[in-house]
Design a protein around this ligand. Structure first.
Ligand SMILES: [Zn+2]
Length: 371
């Protein structure tokens, strides 16, 4: 499928359909066991199945498991997916120790990848959805204030610039922490708004809980890497953890991935949004509920553009949520911009990702071996 001399950028798939087919072929060729969790209510744009594919390599009752996932934010999937394809192509999974297994979750949000959206089929940000929906939702008063500004914004270049100016005016008055938190921390009041966490557990999160029960019940030590894109310097990895800097998991991550900085209480430009409903937080809880495994969960972002541009990208994504089924040139233009902002076409960016990813995987394998 991939020759040794081929450009590494070939590991990037053009869309979900191609990405899914190539992943399944790769897993079969490399001896991984596949299981598909197919969405019963939705299909892709060409009528194709939408599925979370799980691939497993290693003993069923492995004491240690390395879990790799991508595409929590659908359209970010292609980058994490490319690193996974490269990882399997290079046979790096064969370096896992005897008591260790690999679980790949590909992707968490197939609808979002198929339709070039960050959110899922219900317009939900899955990374704000993984919480107990029987409890009162966290309040996000800053979002209440920012919502009209978001809904009034236009998505042409002038409109995007106006939005950023208005956002900065709000930040100057209320502080960057409050404004960034308002937009990104999650909200449960406006289904048509940004960072909407839903009012029930999504299909993807329910499926992830099933996957934890089916695959991780024997594990004692679990490292989980969830690939994202958008935060950080162009073409560089950016580590985010939900655990406090005083935790065992944080110290471990710092050691395994040295000299990279692990961001926990300093996530963005000095602001640290108090995120609600994070998937890694939900999965850790689920793992704890079925056994006594220790976990080390990290999000690794691949940086794309500067913060202002990424805030504009969140606006574009929010706009596309209401318009993605419309067929016109503005929708096409927004979709093209969005894809590029979360997965740049620039081959230098893609080469940069694929030249660094193997070391990051290797660090996880080595860390897990000695844990
Ligand atoms: Zn993301």
């Amino acid at each position: 499928m991939f020759s040794e001399s081929a450009s590494p950028t070939l590991f990037f798939s053009r869309n979900y359909r191609e990405g899914r087919q190539r992943f399944r072929e790769m897993c079969t060729a490399k001896g991984l066991d596949l299981q598909a969790y197919i969405h019963t209510d939705h299909k892709g744009p060409c009528g194709e199945d939408l599925a979370i594919d799980c691939a497993w390599f290693g003993p069923q009752n492995a004491e240690k498991v390395m879990v790799i996932s991508c595409g929590t934010h659908g359209l970010e999937a292609s980058t994490g997916a490319a690193t996974i394809m490269q990882f399997l192509h290079s046979n790096a999974h064969l370096e896992l120790a005897n008591n260790t297994a690999l679980l790949i979750i590909y992707p968490v949000n197939p609808f979002g990848w198929a339709y070039d959206r960050r959110g899922n089929e219900d317009g939900i940000d899955l990374n704000r959805n993984c919480l107990d929906h029987t409890q009162p939702y966290p309040v996000n008063a800053a979002y209440d204030e920012l919502h009209p500004l978001i809904k009034e914004a236009q998505v042409d270049p002038d409109g995007l610039e106006t939005f950023i100016q208005a956002f900065h005016a709000y930040s100057a008055q209320h502080g960057l922490g409050r404004s960034i938190g308002g937009i990104t921390a999650g909200q449960y009041t406006y289904p048509n708004g940004m960072s909407y966490g839903g009012n029930a557990l999504s299909w993807s999160c329910r499926t992830l809980y099933t996957i934890v029960e089916e695959y991780l019940r024997f594990a004692k030590k679990i490292v989980m890497v969830d690939w994202h894109t958008g935060i950080g310097a162009y073409g560089k990895p950016y580590f985010i953890m939900d655990d406090p800097v005083s935790s065992r998991a944080y110290a471990q991550a710092k050691d395994w991935w040295a000299p990279h900085t692990i961001h926990s209480d300093d996530i963005l430009d000095g602001a640290s949004p108090d995120y609600s409903g994070l998937i890694i937080r939900g999965l850790k809880k689920k793992i704890t509920s079925i056994g006594d495994a220790e976990t080390l969960c990290v999000v690794i972002e691949w940086g794309t553009y500067k913060v202002d541009e990424m805030l504009q990208s969140l606006l574009l994504d929010d706009w596309l949520k209401a318009n993605y089924m419309t067929d016109n040139s503005l929708v096409d233009s927004v979709r093209t911009q969005l894809i590029d902002r979360f997965c740049p076409q620039d081959s230098r960016w893609r080469d940069a990702v694929l030249s660094q990813a193997p070391t990051l995987y290797q660090s996880a394998i080595t860390g897990l071996t000695h844990w």
